[in-house]
Design a binder for this molecule. Sequence first.
Ligand code: FES
Ligand code: FES
Length: 141
Amino acid sequence: MQLDDLYRRVIMDHYKNPRNRGKLADESVTINLNNPTCGDRISLQLQVVDGKVTDARYEGEGCSISMSSASMMTEAIKGKTFEEALSMADKFSSLMKGEPVEFEELEDIEALSGVNKFPARIKCATLAWNALRKGIEHRHD
Ligand code: FES
Ligand code: FES
């Protein structure tokens, strides 16, 4: 399958069948973040137990790329320590720079490398990961 097809298929799958969309009953951390370019927003909730992200949910209004990326991100980080989640966020940044990166946690994420062809879209794809970073860095305060 061409990367372009994979890219579209994966994004539409996560956009139409979002994983982890909604609210946590017992949230530990809530991060609200806007994409300044378009004003779209995400609200990310992380449930944290002993330095691990035990659950994650998101809500928001945004384009298919930002929302599907949030779906993938929340799926991938569940059960991870802060360090593991941050290193995944770093890997995602590398992916956005066009570097070859493997996400053994969730291969779907690799399909987002397709946004490289549309530089403005990188901000869309990165919104959820930036919210994650903000949430974890805040916890370290
Ligand atoms: Fe412009 Fe997403 S911010 S396409
Ligand atoms: Fe706003 Fe993509 S156009 S997040």
